[in-house]
Write a protein that binds this ligand. Structure first.
Ligand SMILES: Nc1ncnc2c1ncn2[C@@H]1O[C@H](COP(=O)(O)OP(=O)(O)OP(=O)(O)O)[C@@H](O)[C@H]1O
Ligand SMILES: [Mg+2]
Length: 395
């Protein structure tokens, strides 16, 4: 089963390209599901077909789903939210304000991805295509389970036992309701499920495609997304440059645009060297409906297989050396000075600008010490050494 995610700046054509890729995959006989977590019904608009919150058939092998984020949110978050509301109630917070306080921005979108987990486990699909929110914010939020991993493994079970033992006393003394088993269960379940979604999306069968238009500001944002996606371990396997003006028969106005776009397209090729850059021409009308979308995707991918398994090793790997190991993390467009590294027990904290990832070190590395780090060819390389060797090296 193949999972393809499409992201990019607002309005560049993510839904169109995602829907087109799905239409093409279905036409070639793959059981295809395309889903969107977006509250705006853009997939319905692209297919020109009503779409429900369950997979809706729109052509042979092709199903479209508009995930009901609100419903998913209520199902997965209700118990936890209920508890938080009871605490805020005791604290005297106005119920309407309290309701707002218990909603994490972006949480609905993230929880909507739980739907993806169910589909991936179901064995019903050959391809699942996700029309993501702009600039991968959702995927970044999926790093949350990893960031909370330490807390979930070590603190939560203890807290749960303590709360259980002291509940009657605490409740009386503090006057604040104590979380019951149901709340702890809900937190643990949610954590495990989100973690599973993240492993699926960063796994060997999943990849992200960046959709962009040939404009400088859009390119700048696509480059930033490439960096953050790599930081969080998601594999980018191609770029779609959409709305490229055809050069033939252009009048002065269009010829001007063709020149400006050529200039940006050259920079795109340079920025994403090593990745396929597919081009999608600016069509004379909106590509709406299965046929128009499949035709667009056929032009975009040409001879390439749109479902080819992603090549290479992915953004994160560890190689062994004689004295220890090297951790490799792709960080395109980033210099060493922009990366901040910190060690926190068996975690490596990697910060790039305002983005931070808590990387849980593989078991073998947890007891090694960091001997050095550098950024080379768009990759962060952190050298780990066994302790004795490290001491030897120092003397
Ligand atoms: N190659 C193209 N030629 C002509 N029109 C296009 C092309 N690609 C997309 N469009 C049109 O541009 C508009 C925006 O496209 P789309 O909805 O796919 O963008 P999006 O990136 O998903 O936007 P949003 O960020 O709002 O989700 C739509 O009306 C779509 O039909
Ligand atoms: Mg869209």
């Amino acid at each position: 089963m193949r999972i393809l995610l499409f992201t990019g700046k607002g309005g560049v054509g993510k839904s169109t390209v995602a829907a087109g890729t799905a239409a093409l995959a279905a036409a070639r006989g793959h059981r295809t599901l395309v889903l969107s977590t977006d509250a705006a019904h853009s997939l319905a608009d692209a297919f020109g077909h009503a779409v429900g919150s369950d997979p809706t058939p729109v052509a042979d092998n092709l199903f479209v789903q508009q995930v009901d984020a609100q419903l998913r949110f209520e199902q997965s978050w209700a118990e936890i939210q209920h508890y938080l509301l009871s605490v805020l109630d005791v604290a005297g917070v106005d119920p309407v304000a309290a309701e707002e306080l218990t909603v994490i921005p972006g949480a609905e979108e993230v929880l909507a991805l739980l739907e993806l987990r169910l589909h991936a486990l179901s064995d019903e699909w050959d391809v699942i295509i996700v029309d993501c929110a702009p600039t991968a914010e959702t995927l970044r939020l999926l790093a949350l389970p990893e960031a909370l991993g330490w807390y979930m493994q070590r603190v939560l079970p203890v807290e749960r036992r303590v709360v259980k033992a002291l509940k009657p006393v605490l409740q009386k003394a503090a006057g604040v309701p104590m979380p019951g088993d149901g709340v702890f269960d809900a937190v643990e379940r949610l954590h495990a499920e989100l973690d599973e979604v993240r492993s699926l999306l960063s796994g060997p069968n999943a990849s992200v495609r960046l959709v962009m238009t040939p404009e400088n500001v859009v390119l700048a944002e696509a480059r930033r997304s490439y960096t953050t996606l790599s930081l969080y371990g998601y594999r980018v396997d191609g770029v779609v440059a959409n709305r490229v003006f055809p050069a033939d028969g252009a009048d002065d106005w269009r010829a001007g645009w063709v020149m400006a776009q050529d200039d940006v397209l050259a920079q795109v090729a340079q920025s994403f060297a090593g990745l396929p850059v597919w081009r999608s021409v600016y069509r004379p009308g909106e590509p709406v409906g299965v046929e128009a979308l499949a035709a667009l995707a056929t032009d975009v991918y040409g001879e390439d297989d749109p479902l080819a398994p992603p090549r290479g090793e992915g953004p994160f790997r560890v190689t062994r050396t004689t004295s220890g190991a090297v951790l490799h993390l792709s960080l395109p467009f980033v210099s060493r000075a922009e990366v901040d590294l910190a060690r926190n027990g068996d975690e490596l904290v990697v910060t790039v600008g305002s983005y931070r990832r808590l990387l849980t070190l593989p078991a073998g590395l947890a007891r090694h010490r960091v001997a050095g780090a550098r950024v080379d060819e768009g990759e962060l390389r952190v050298r780990f050494q066994e302790h004795e060797r490290a001491e030897e090296a120092l003397t």
